[in-house]
Design a protein around this ligand. Structure first.
Ligand SMILES: [Fe+2]
Length: 379
């Protein structure tokens, strides 16, 4: 039994409308717990939304904060939890950084209930918040701190049963991006490796099934588990340049997170595999391909790692997922006009620092251009 009798629920209006939040509140009623809902979380939640939710939370004074939804609602819940816990300190979202010791959980515990299978936000230290600057430009603040990993995660595939196909595809690619990037990030560990490999194995067997038939509960369960495993994987390693470029695309073109990181993944992997100074990433991805049965054990590094990229490309086709930035609806003109900002945001992203291969501004631009056209990376 999770302790706490006054629950502040952070979610979005659509989940309330679809009756998914009532699956939770019915249970809370059964157990005699008081609850209040904040349902204004939008995709890529803005700082203002977080502040509004925190104000409502402070008035209610809960001892349990429950995030239910996709990554946006879970991240919002984690941010609200942080601000509420430290309201006497008058902390802002900027104090949510890896360098502070936060002493969470005194006023309230946090429960995360994912309704998509992708972000792994229920088990990670990352919180992504959108901030609009004085010129009206948006950027995504990446605010990680180990103390805001939710106290409890409830991973139940019942909550993902009604996930639309397009979101099943996008969030599934987020799992693959976490697990692939987590395997080759500079902070990788044996424990992260184990989680990333198993997440990929589950995705290989169940992603297309979950996409084709959303009511296949075995597939839904395996994808929900894969998402949390992927979260534990990259949470104990890191994501890399794919997430940095994906966050930039999200901020500039409002692509959903899964779509942005999923479309970039084959390109950034190819870039990392071609590192002339270090073949660790190449060896790791080649080994992953062999372990997953995508390549033969006798295959050389180039053939095995290429099989991994082919696997990603064929999965994209199987779940009607874009292969190029053009297929995401971005025009060449818009890409050109926004290139400087895309490169700048990529460089500002903390995710880029753990990449196994560095990239200059010119190379980041070139990767975006190749991803627009669907060209294999040859540099
Ligand atoms: Fe992600």
């Amino acid at each position: 039994m999770i302790p706490g009798d006054k629950c502040f629920i952070v979610t979005d209006a659509m989940l309330v409308k679809l009756g998914i939040v009532s699956m939770l509140t019915k249970k809370l009623d059964e157990f005699g717990k008081a609850w209040q809902i904040f349902d204004e979380v939008e995709p890529d939640p803005h700082e203002e939304t977080i502040l509004r939710a925190t104000e409502a939370c402070s008035k209610f004074q809960p001892n349990l904060i429950i995030g239910i939804g996709g990554g946006s609602s879970l991240d919002a819940a984690k941010a609200v939890w942080f601000l509420y816990e430290h309201e006497e300190d008058k902390f802002t979202i900027d104090e949510l950084n890896p360098f502070e010791e936060l002493h969470m959980g005194v006023k309230a515990k946090c429960v995360a209930i994912p309704t998509t299978s992708g972000t792994g936000a229920e088990v990670t230290w990352a919180v992504i918040v959108t901030r609009t600057d004085v010129d009206g430009n948006e950027s995504k603040l990446e605010q990680p701190n180990g103390d805001v990993i939710p106290t409890y995660a409830i991973v139940d595939p019942q909550f993902t049963k009604n996930l639309p196909k397009v979101l099943t595809a996008a969030t599934g690619f987020d799992i693959i991006a976490h697990s692939s990037e987590g395997l080759i990030a500079e902070w990788r560990t044996d424990f992260a490796d184990a989680c990333c490999y198993h997440a990929l194995d589950l995705v290989k067997d169940y992603f297309v099934k979950a996409y084709q038939n959303g009511e296949d509960m075995e597939a839904r369960e395996k994808m929900a588990n894969a998402a949390s495993l992927g979260g534990l994987g990259f949470g104990n390693s890191q994501v890399i340049i794919g997430h940095a470029m994906g966050h930039s695309l999200g901020a500039v073109f409002h692509l959903t997170h899964g779509k942005a990181v999923g479309v970039m993944l084959p390109y950034i992997l190819q870039y990392c595999l071609r590192n002339p100074d270090d073949d660790t990433a190449l060896k790791t991805i080649a080994k992953a391909a062999k372990k997953l049965g995508l390549a033969e054990w006798k295959d050389d590094l180039a053939a095995a790692s290429d099989a991994y990229i082919q696997f990603l490309n064929s999965l994209q086709k199987s779940v009607d997922f874009p292969h190029t930035l053009e297929e995401c609806g971005i025009t060449r003109e818009d890409l050109g006009k926004n290139m400087e900002r895309l490169v700048q945001l990529t460089n500002e992203s903390s995710s880029i620092t753990m990449s196994p291969r560095e990239a200059s501004d010119a190379l980041i631009q070139k990767i975006f251009e190749y991803a627009f056209e669907g060209k294999s990376i040859d540099f």
